[in-house]
Design a protein around this ligand. Structure first.
Ligand SMILES: [Zn+2]
Length: 194
């Protein structure tokens, strides 16, 4: 079995001083594969080169450093919310007696959170995958309250719905946005160097 070159093209590299080569090949069974080869030493030093895409090593280094710090704060926030507000979340269901009551309550909550409500049948099926309804609600709470940088719409809606105003949460959120901003600033400076 052998591979035959079908296409072989050179393109200018990122720094402009050299090239990269694109090669597509086919074997006896008409299977194809594609290869990219970076021919520029300058670019090899500055970039990760993958499938024809250049990624600045400096950008990766900076993002990784800041991201680690952000991840740490996000984890702290998620943990704090779990420990502090889980019982409060359960109390929202304290009037529920039957599974249908839980479904009804969740329907209202989901509407407030901007989530499409489930049918009663799907809800029953979902709950039955868990040991009991409390564990199911815990999973839901973990999911809804999970803070993500860049996209914490659901988180914000949940805090509003549960009427939570907490200095500790504000303080961690401020830390996260500060580091996020610092990262963006540093990346901007880095971009102008590339
Ligand atoms: Zn180059």
């Amino acid at each position: 079995m052998s591979w035959e070159v079908i296409t072989r093209n050179n393109y200018p590299c990122k720094c402009g001083a050299g090239t990269y080569t694109y090669i597509s090949e086919m074997d006896d069974w008409s299977r194809t594969r594609v290869k990219y080869i970076l021919d520029c030493n300058q670019c090899k030093e500055k970039y990760f080169f993958n499938e024809g895409f250049f990624t600045s090593k400096e950008v990766v280094k900076i993002s990784t450093r800041f991201q680690q710090e952000i991840d740490k704060y996000v984890e702290e926030l998620n943990e704090y919310i779990g420990v502090t507000y889980y019982n409060f979340w359960l109390m929202m269901f304290s009037a529920c007696k039957t599974k249908k009551d839980y479904w009804n309550e969740l329907k209202h909550i989901k509407k407030e959170l901007g989530i499409y409500p489930q049918s009663l049948g799907t809800f029953y099926k979902d709950v039955n995958r868990y040991e009991n309804i409390e564990i199911y609600l815990l999973e839901l709470f973990k999911h809804y309250s999970k803070y993500k940088t860049g996209d914490h719409f659901l988180f914000d809606r949940l805090m509003k719905l549960m009427d939570i105003s907490d200095k500790k949460i504000d303080e961690i959120e401020t830390r996260i946005s500060k580091v996020d901003l610092e990262m963006k600033e540093e990346l901007k400076n880095c971009d102008s160097l590339v």
